[in-house]
Every structure is written in structure tokens, then in C-alpha cells.
Ligand binder design. Structure first.
Ligand SMILES: [Zn+2]
Length: 415
């Protein structure tokens, strides 16, 4: 309504106002284009999209009313990312989950950012990237609820006491329990209840610390989980039954669950491809033919042949004995519903009771940049997919700010 009234001023009045605006610009500029709310991104590793549907989760249910829920989101091919990132200590799970190296990038745009994750296995940031990035690692048991709450207190204090703009918080559950016991085990439900209580605590703590009106929160995850199918119930996919490794294969990354990559010997690409096409329960891709939504075909470190086992199957290169301790696993094709994961969001910039259609997790990054009002680095995401969940788009926000500014300046000049 304010926007409309400012637009209906007559021409001359507008020029007067414009001059006043320019004159008063310095005094009268409480809000500017760079004003943004703070952002907390929380990742609960391996939270399958439907984990809250067979458990009582009052706090997550309340979030549906108070914010945005996507029906589910589609992660990138997780084990591919894991393998590609094996030599990239800069990447940690939260960043992987949003599929970009956003933190070092954000640091260069002058934002204060931090990251909190445990246990161990997490990475530190390279020296010159660290602005005020605090990285905490404890290496302790990962399901201690008291500690989970302390972590929330810590990251909220980074916002309130140290004026951070953007913080990521990572929890290793329910991935751990999903691997160890399988997604259908009662212990998985117990952890989901604990996560739900933690989200309840987060919301209390945000209110307690006075952050309700200037902190946006995204809760998401990096992938889902499925029950591993084991012998004798199913056959392992032993690739050497179909492929002469000695003659055809130069290098391979196999035996890591359901995803693998192969570099054929020179000139043998088609041979390898044709041979693997005969294997059951397996999808074979040439790098250049990978589906667009893998977002990997242009990645330098992808090898020429990519193999993905059917849901729940493991790859075994030469039939060696692999002891599968996992009862659950991920890294299977992201079109499988078991690989889908969650997206929830709330805060001043998010609509309430907004149910988003499913989307690919690559679109979270441009959303984060939009919330922080910074320019995104080149990426595969698109803001148009996610901006419908925001209260207002940039133009209307700017118009609103302008009209507030104009009316304030008018008041000043009249007085
Ligand atoms: Zn995992």
C-alpha cells in the first residue's frame, strides 16, 4: 500500500521529493540496499525426506506453519561428490550439501562467516580464506543432546556477540544411525525425536537471544538413506564377471558402495562401456552422456565411465571379500525416493505456511546469496526456483524501502 501511495505523487511533487531525498540522503539512510538479515544453515546429515513421517515431531510440524517446507529436495549424486572431494580438504559436509564452495567465496565479499561441525573428519579453511571463520571440532560422540544444545548457544552467540552474517552448523545424525542400524531401525526414530527437540530448542534460543526478526534459518541435509541389500538375499555386482580389468582398465574407483568411476585404457572406452552394459542391477554412463541433473559432466575429476548400482546394491570390482558393516547407505541414483532429503526454512525473509514443490539442492546456494544480498559465484543453481518462498522480491523490497525513506524525509522537511 505504501508503494502505491508513493507512486501516485504528482510529477512536480516527485521532483521536490527527489531533491529532498538527495539532500537528506546522508542523514536519512537507515536502510540501504546492502541491508540483509543474518543466515544460519543447519545440516542434519543423511536426513531422508520422509523421516519425520513415522515419528512424532511437533517442532518440525510447527515449522511447517511458521515457515517454508519443500515436499523434498534432490541432492547431487552424493558418493560422486564424496569421491571428487576426497582430496579437497576445503570442503566440509555442510558445504558439500549445498554443492558449492560458498564459504571461502562469501568471506571474500566481506561477510563474517563461521562454521561449527563435529565430530572429527571436518576440515579447516585455508589460511588466507579465514576472515573470522571459527571452526570447532570435538571428535566426540555425536548424539549427545546437551552438546547439541550447547552448539546452538555457541553459534547464536556468534551472531549476537560477534555480529556474524552467516554461520553453518552441522550435525552428523541421523546419518550415523542410518548407516549403523538402517533407516527402518527404531533407533533412527529415537534420533529423529532428538533432532525435533533440538529444533524446538533452537527456536526458543532464537527468541531468547532476540534474533527472531533478523535471523533466517535453513534446515536441510545432504542426502537420504536406504537399506543395504546383502548376500545371500541379493547377488553382489561383481564387475570382473563382465569386464576384463587387466586388459581394459587403467584406473578405477570402485568398492565404495553403489557408485564408481573407471578410466579405461587408451582406446578401450567403448569396450568397457559395452561390457558393463551387460551387468545386471547397474547403470553405466559415459561422462559426456551423464544426465544434466548430475551436474557433474563438466567436472574435471570425473572419470570417463561412471557406474551406479541399483538402490541398495553394492559394487564389487573383482569379487574380493568386502565386509559391509553398513545396514544403510546412500550414494545411489538421486531419482530414487530414498535418496531425497529435507528442506525447511523460517525467519523474517521467508513466507509462512509455504509448501514448496520439490527442487534440486543446487538451487539453495543462489537463495543463500539472495538472503545475504551478495553476488553468487558461477553455479548450477537458479534463484527463480526458490525465490517464491521469500516474502518479497528485491524490486518490491526496494520500492518499499524507498517509500519509507521518502515519507521519513517528508516528515523531516515538514517539521
Ligand atoms: Zn553417510
Amino acid at each position: 500500500r505504501k508503494v502505491n501511495s508513493s507512486m501516485s505523487f504528482s510529477g512536480s511533487c516527485f521532483i521536490v521529493l527527489l531533491i529532498q531525498w538527495i539532500a537528506l540522503d546522508r542523514k536519512c539512510k537507515p536502510l540501504n540496499k546492502g541491508t540483509h538479515n543474518k543466515l544460519l544453515v543447519i545440516s542434519f546429515d543423511g536426513f531422508r525426506w520422509d523421516y519425520d513421517q513415522d515419528v512424532d515431531t511437533p517442532h518440525m510440524d510447527k515449522l511447517v506453519e511458521d515457515g517454508v517446507k519443500a515436499k523434498y529436495i534432490t541432492p547431487p549424486l552424493q558418493n560422486a561428490i564424496d569421491l571428487l572431494c576426497a582430496f579437497e580438504p576445503l570442503l566440509h559436509p555442510v558445504i558439500r550439501s549445498i554443492h558449492v564452495m560458498s564459504i571461502p567465496f562469501l568471506l571474500f565479499q566481506g561477510l563474517k562467516t563461521g562454521s561449527f561441525f563435529f565430530p572429527g573428519g571436518g576440515a579447516n579453511y585455508s589460511g588466507q580464506c579465514v576472515n573470522r571463520a571459527l571452526v570447532e571440532e570435538t571428535g566426540q560422540q555425536d548424539d549427545n543432546e546437551t552438546e547439541w544444545r550447547q552448539n546452538i548457544d555457541t553459534v547464536l552467540s556468534w551472531f549476537t556477540e560477534e555480529d556474524f552474517d552467516f554461520v553453518t552448523l552441522y550435525y552428523g545424525e541421523p546419518d550415523n544411525v542410518g548407516h549403523a542400524k538402517g533407516p527402518d531401525h527404531p533407533d533412527r526414530k529415537t534420533i529423529i525425536k532428538q533432532i525435533d527437540r533440538t529444533i524446538g530448542y533452537l527456536r526458543e534460543a532464537i527468541q531468547r537471544d532476540g534474533l527472531t526478526d533478523n535471523l533466517n534459518v535453513i534446515i536441510t541435509s545432504d542426502h537420504g538413506m536406504t537399506t543395504v541389500k546383502k548376500i545371500p538375499l541379493v547377488d553382489e555386482i561383481i564387475l570382473s564377471k563382465y569386464l576384463n580389468f587387466f586388459n581394459l582398465v587403467y584406473f578405477e574407483l570402485l568398492d565404495y558402495g553403489g557408485f564408481g568411476m573407471i578410466t579405461p585404457k587408451k582406446g578401450k572406452e567403448q569396450h568397457v562401456y559395452d561390457a558393463l552394459m551387460k551387468a545386471p542391477n547397474l547403470t553405466v554412463y559415459k561422462k559426456e552422456d551423464m544426465p544434466e541433473n548430475f551436474h557433474l559432466s563438466k567436472n574435471d575429476r570425473m572419470q570417463p565411465i561412471i557406474v551406479i548400482a541399483d538402490l541398495g546394491f553394492n559394487l564389487n570390482s573383482v569379487g574380493r571379500l568386502i565386509v559391509y558393516v553398513n545396514k544403510g547407505d546412500h550414494g545411489f541414483h538421486m531419482d530414487e525416493m530414498d535418496m531425497k532429503t529435507i528442506f525447511r526454512a523460517f525467519g523474517p525473509d521467508f513466507k509462512k505456511s509455504y509448501l514448496s514443490e520439490p527442487f534440486d539442492s543446487v538451487h539453495i546456494y543462489p537463495l543463500m546469496c539472495k538472503l545475504l544480498q551478495i553476488d553468487p559465484a558461477p553455479n548450477n543453481g537458479s534463484l527463480s526456483v526458490t525465490e517464491g518462498m521469500l516474502v518479497q522480491n528485491d524490486t518490491s523490497r526496494e520500492l518499499l524501502l524507498e517509500s519509507i525513506l521518502v515519507s521519513k524525509c517528508m516528515t523531516v522537511s515538514i517539521n
